[in-house]
Design a protein around this ligand. Structure first.
Ligand SMILES: Cc1cc2nc3c(=O)[nH]c(=O)nc-3n(C[C@H](O)[C@H](O)[C@H](O)COP(=O)(O)O)c2cc1C
Length: 222
């Protein structure tokens, strides 16, 4: 005899279909994310200021609005540096560079995980010349002034613990539409702006001076 479909059966069927639909959507979203991530990495590395033979490297992660990339481009142009993203480098590759800048957006009040992992995997060095840069929703200056965690602290501590010499740090606000902020066009809409880029240029010029001031000439550090 045919069984009558109860409300419970109907609910179970509905949940089953919903589950199947969610799995399909999730898989499609994961595929899309991996396609976007590789496209983004490609975009970071095919840069018009790329100098493959340079002894200065910028390790960059930038994805939200490419805010940090805008700053990295200015620094790279000023220093004649090469830009690479963390998935393109192994920790041992860093040995050949005389000056290395580590930069990304600030996510959850620290640099991107891929930069922190790279710093964790660095071998001990003695006085490797490095610098740190970032863009963030809340400026680093404001964060420090208002007792919010310094967004550079985690990366700085890791680099120092490996024996790196940090020659300078740069930060400016970046357009942020993360989470609910996207509902109202976000904050810092036009940042980094021309002034931020000018400050980045001066920062990079300052680095050149600092490197000159150091007694050790390029090519003799680890
Ligand atoms: C997932 C996520 C988390 C973020 N967390 C913070 C944060 O903790 N503090 C902050 O000041 N900004 C935060 N921001 C804002 C970014 O630091 C800012 O938009 C930055 O300029 C993004 O750089 P990018 O475009 O190079 O990725 C966050 C943005 C995203 C997307």
């Amino acid at each position: 005899m045919a069984r009558i479909i109860t409300r419970r059966d109907f609910l179970l069927m509905f949940l089953g279909v919903l589950g199947l639909f969610s799995i399909t959507q999730l898989t499609a979203a994961q595929k899309q994310l991996s396609r976007t991530t590789s496209a983004r990495i490609k975009k970071l590395s095919t840069d018009k200021f790329d100098n493959p033979n340079s002894n200065i490297l910028l390790v960059l992660w930038s994805f939200h609005h490419y805010n940090t990339k805008k700053i990295a481009d200015v620094i790279a142009e000023t220093l004649g540096a090469q830009i690479k993203s963390p998935p393109e480098i192994k920790p041992e590759d860093l040995q050949r560079y005389d000056l290395i800048g580590f930069g990304s957006g600030i996510y959850h009040q620290q640099h991107h995980r891929s930069l922190l992992d790279l710093a964790d995997n660095l071998k001990e060095v003695s006085g490797k010349r490095t610098f740190i840069f970032s863009t963030s929703g809340v400026s680093r200056k404001f964060a420090i002034k208002n007792d919010i965690d310094d967004p550079h602290e985690v990366l700085r501590e890791k680099l120092l613990s490996k024996g790196c010499n940090i020659l300078g740090e740069y930060n400016c606000p970046g357009w942020n539409t993360n989470s609910f902020l996207k509902l109202a066009a976000g904050i810092n809409k036009f940042r980094p702006n021309a002034k931020d880029r000018q400050r980045a240029k001066e920062f990079a010029e300052g680095l050149k001076e600092r490197v000159k001031d150091l007694a050790i000439p390029f090519g003799t550090t680890e």
